[in-house]
Design a protein around this ligand. Structure first.
Ligand SMILES: [Zn+2]
Length: 115
């Protein structure tokens, strides 16, 4: 016997279909709350919306592939180099090693930090 429903043995499913439903269920509610906000609204009224958006964000984030901000195979979760020279990757760890072994880059970095 197969029965799917909200009986006592019903378990909350995890995974793709559940997250998709969550996303579609949550978004209209948030949209409605934003629509009824007075203009200007009391700053505290945004708190509930921010919480709801954060909740939605976490659901959608679980649907998205985990990001590789550094673009680095060796350090996918490492720090990002925001001042990477043109043509270099965004991995701070790799770029640090590169700067150490790259005299011109090292000199440029030293003169940049001595200002
Ligand atoms: Zn790296």
């Amino acid at each position: 016997m197969t029965s799917v429903g909200k009986h006592s043995s019903y378990r909350v499913p995890t995974g793709w279909p559940f997250l998709m439903r969550e996303m579609h269920n949550k978004l209209p509610g948030i949209d409605d709350r934003i629509a009824v906000l007075p203009d200007p609204a009391d700053p505290t009224e945004y708190e509930d919306i921010a919480d709801a958006l954060w909740d939605l964000f976490l659901v959608v984030k679980n649907l998205a592939p985990s990001p590789n901000a550094t673009g680095c195979q060796r350090h996918p979760g490492g720090p990002v180099d925001t001042e990477a020279p043109a043509g270099w990757g965004r991995c701070l760890l790799c770029n640090h090693n590169r700067r150490i072994s790259h005299p011109e880059a090292k000199k440029a970095m030293e003169s940049a930090t001595s200002h």
